[in-house]
Ligand binder design. Structure first.
Ligand SMILES: [Zn+2]
Length: 376
């Protein structure tokens, strides 16, 4: 049976010069370590299909994620992990051999396509096949660097961008087309990854100081961090978690939700605004919450991977350095809602877990690991 989904190849670039000019043993160790980082960071919704030399081929079945932004962020995280590993390696070596001095020249190119594929299980691994699998491999040979000058990139085919409903998100990317023998034109968008590394590297974790914590509740949920993250942020799922009338995204930046944008939750008699202050998919986020005009408090979430799922921690409290009037207003709010905050956090976590479990059972949500061929 043919499956539908997203096909991804992450390929280390610059290794040819590296292997031919460098100290062979060092070169191989470095490539091995970077390839391991790639394998390790091929995370849900993606599943590793095969290691192909210095490239990792993976896929994400349809319905394994809700928002196109999620798959984009999973790939950005992969690039961030790769680049961080490369930078650490460079910083930690004193070796002056050609391979070690060429470490900074290694980079990553990623191709993302959407289509049909067949899965055949072979030994411990699996083999994906079909014309779209061939196409995504062909995409690695392209004219992107010579035409755009972008060295580290994610190329998203038109078909993939449509299936992900990326919408405005592609506005900040560069249109690009290459023509392939027997396939024809493959058009799509080039996403420059170097600025992504700089952005993620600059982002700081926001935590509520211990003595400022009002309420902290946690729950273990049988789903990967990416799923939990989406069920907390995607409007229709968030609506269920908070048991509100609706959730709207405010001020998306270039079509994306992140720092600077917000969520607006409709309780019927009141509206609560969540201004996003930190956005580290799929690990942690912080929001400045204003249920009433002058008062605001801080809400953070963190998601920690477990062996079989993830642990979510919700925290409410004062942000550090709030103005005196803001603190007083928030303090009054806290006094009147003391029990409400703790009960609310527990209820949210319970509904979050229930919704995810129901969606897995009904097949509305396909777990990445469940994509392996049944009974094969
Ligand atoms: Zn060396």
């Amino acid at each position: 049976m043919a499956h539908k989904g997203f096909l991804v190849i992450a390929d280390i670039s610059g290794y040819t010069a590296f292997l031919t000019q460098g100290e062979l043993e060092h070169a191989q160790d470095i490539l091995k370590s970077l390839t391991h980082t790639l394998l390790d960071k091929t995370q849900a919704p993606l599943v590793v299909a095969k290691l192909e030399g210095d490239a990792v081929f993976s896929y994400a079945p349809e319905r394994s994620f809700a928002l196109g932004q999620t798959l984009l962020e999973a790939l950005e995280n992969m690039y961030y992990a790769f680049t961080s590993a490369r930078e650490r390696m460079k910083a930690n070596t004193t070796c002056t051999c050609t391979a070690c001095t060429l470490i900074p020249s290694l980079d990553l190119k990623i191709a993302l396509h959407y289509g049909e594929y067949l899965i055949e299980k072979i030994g411990q691994g699996m083999e994906l096949s079909g014309p779209d699998v061939i196409a995504v491999h062909r995409l690695l040979k392209n004219t992107i660097i010579e035409k755009t000058g972008i060295e580290a990139y994610l190329f998203i085919t038109e078909k993939a961008a449509q299936a992900m409903t990326l919408g405005d998100i592609t506005d900040s990317m560069i249109r690009h087309t290459d023509t392939y023998e027997h396939i024809g034109e493959l058009a799509g968008y080039v996403h420059d990854l170097k600025p992504v590394w700089r952005r993620l590297n600059a982002e700081r974790r926001i935590t509520i100081p211990e003595k400022e914590i009002w309420v902290q509740e946690s729950a273990d949920i049988p789903a990967p961090a990416q799923v939990v993250w989406e069920y907390i942020h995607e409007p229709s799922r968030r609506t269920k978690m908070l048991a509100v009338l609706g959730v709207e995204i405010e001020k998306p930046q270039n079509g994306r939700v992140g720092v600077g944008s917000g969520m607006h939750c409709d309780h019927g008699n009141a509206k609560t605004r969540f201004h996003i202050k930190e956005w580290r998919p799929f690990e942690s986020a912080a929001y400045d919450v204003s249920p009433v005009a002058d008062a605001s408090f801080m809400n953070t979430i963190s998601i920690e991977p477990l062996d079989s799922g993830s642990r979510v921690v919700i925290t409410y409290g004062f942000p550090a350095g709030k103005s005196m009037s803001g603190r007083l207003a928030a303090l009054t709010m806290r006094q009147t809602m003391k029990k409400g905050f703790a009960d609310g956090a527990r209820d949210n976590l319970r509904r979050l877990s229930e919704t995810i479990t129901e969606d897995i059972q009904s097949g509305a949500l396909v777990m990445a690991s469940a994509a392996a061929p049944e009974g094969a």
